[in-house]
Design a protein around this ligand. Structure first.
Ligand code: AMP
Length: 462
């Protein structure tokens, strides 16, 4: 081969970009692809509409907050803070964390923006991503999204019942069967006596040796957490442990009874669950979780203790959870302020909707497709597209395609009812064709009257 060619080849090779190394997404992280957005839109629309109806107003907080915010609120000993937080030191040497849950940031914002000066309670709706360095598996991600409601400034049990009711309506209106698990963990006063009883129980007759290693440590630091340990042997022991509801002080007992009475009044089903405690330091009184109803995915399986509660056995599948946190605002530097809230995991809700094959309207479907033939027609129809879109019509196009056949194929895929076809002849005549995509019948109409013609046909089709 002549030398000249070799040199040219080498130059061309050097100019051609090399295929680079592919960097995949991080473990436990998820892309939301266009096909999945219809589920997100449905769930977010439902959450926003429902919350608005109950007087909740939207708030957003930053994804990054001071690490101390979570250490102080969720608690250094909680799994979220001790094991699962994404935290780092930033370029200024400040300790920062990616939000592992929404409540602490919302409470910080409530105090920082003087929301205690507003009429109370302040009812807040929050939607956003949450980060936990959890072990990824089905329905468990390291970045996931939550729908949170917080009612700050209301001590009445009505507020607890309202939250549980909203969560229930949210799932019911999405056609998902759930069962609310509910318990009261009392206040610091009644818990003191109960914790002594609980410790005595676990120390009795070699029970301690049956506990998992984590629970052996928890027994000294936070014995309440022994009740909701996920290990089987610990769950069995927890089933026999003294129940906190039996140790509630009068105020806490009355508060809990009221919550249950309101739920009964509203016909909201619940399961009293004595081992439900939630893993965070700030909860008091009412705690609850929303679990998928047993019948939904476990139909036909043998009845066991949890089936009696009509729930799917593993509580790691919870769709949402929440409770009252009357001490948190003050503890975080604000005034004494009662509060309660919940968080629902959006990915898990979507998984359930998919499991149930609930048919969803395809939002990408349009009403009218605009097809063109020739450069002049293309220019004219691009303007028409904008006019129709502005007038509120659900229009679609594929202006980069030139052949009518491929444009009609695209129109079919987009599920439109009508296609407008503009060619050279129609441009000259001041007309346009309307094609009924179902029957294939085409009509010539006056270009100037197209809007009225479309409205007439689309209205008739309703
Ligand atoms: P929690 O604050 O832990 O009670 O979480 C509230 C809700 O968020 C849970 O009931 C789940 O629906 C959801 N959730 C919690 N952790 C994860 C996770 N790692 N991946 C996906 N969803 C989660």
């Amino acid at each position: 081969m002549p030398k000249m060619f070799k040199k040219k080849d080498a130059e061309e090779k050097a100019l051609k970009p090399r295929r680079g190394k592919f960097v995949s997404r991080l473990r436990g992280m998820k892309d939301i692809l266009p096909d999945e957005y219809k589920y997100w839109n449905l769930v977010i629309k439902k959450a926003t509409e429902l919350s608005k109806a109950y007087g909740f107003r939207r708030i957003d907080t930053p994804t990054l907050e001071a690490l101390e915010l979570y250490e102080r609120s969720s608690g250094r000993g909680s799994d979220i803070v001790a094991k699962e937080m994404f935290s780092f030191v930033d370029k200024n040497g400040d300790k920062i964390a990616l939000r592992p849950e929404a409540t602490p940031g919302i409470v910080r914002a409530y105090i920082e923006h003087g929301m205690f000066n507003l009429p109370q309670p302040v009812k807040l709706l929050w939607l956003g991503p949450v980060f936990r360095h959890d072990k990824p598996q089905a329905g468990r991600f390291r970045q996931f999204s939550q729908y949170n409601l917080e009612n700050i400034g209301e001590a009445s049990p009505v507020a607890d019942a309202e939250l549980i009711a909203i969560a229930y309506y949210f799932f019911r209106e999405l056609q998902l069967d759930v069962m609310t698990q509910i318990n009261s963990i009392g206040c610091a006063n009644c818990r003191k006596d109960y914790l002594v009883k609980l410790e005595d129980f676990y120390k009795e007759r070699g029970r301690r040796s049956k506990l998992c290693n984590d629970c052996k440590k928890r027994l000294a630091k936070n014995p309440l957490r022994l009740l909701d340990c996920k290990e089987k042997q610990c769950q069995e022991l927890a089933g026999d442990a003294p129940q906190i509801v039996d140790s509630l002080c009068e105020d806490c007992r009355n508060h809990f009874i009221k919550v249950l009475e309101y739920l009964d009044e509203l016909d909201i089903p619940y399961n009293l669950n004595p081992t439900l405690v939630r893993g965070l330091d700030y909860y008091n009184r009412t705690v609850f979780e929303i679990w998928p109803a047993f019948a939904e995915s476990q139909a036909g399986k043998p009845a066991d203790a949890e089936a009696a509660g009509k729930v799917e056995p593993p509580r790691q599948n919870a769709l949402g959870g929440g409770g009252r946190y009357d001490g948190l605002v003050e503890y975080m530097g604000g005034r004494e302020t009662p509060a309660c809230g919940f968080g629902i995991g959006i990915e898990r809700v979507i998984l359930k909707i998919k499991e149930k094959n609930i048919p969803l309207r395809d939002e990408e479907k349009g009403d009218v497709f605009l097809a063109q033939l020739g450069d002049q027609a293309k220019r004219k129809i691009m303007k028409l597209f904008e006019e129709l879109r502005k007038a509120g019509l659900n229009v679609r196009q594929a202006f980069s395609k030139d052949s009518l056949k491929s444009q009609l194929e695209a129109a079919n895929k987009m599920g439109v009812k009508y296609t407008l076809i503009l060619g050279q002849k129609e441009v000259m005549d001041g007309t346009i064709l309307i094609r009924d995509m179902e029957s294939g019948i085409q009509e010539i109409v006056d270009y100037k009257k197209i809007m009225g013609e479309l409205e007439k046909r689309l209205d008739n089709g309703k």
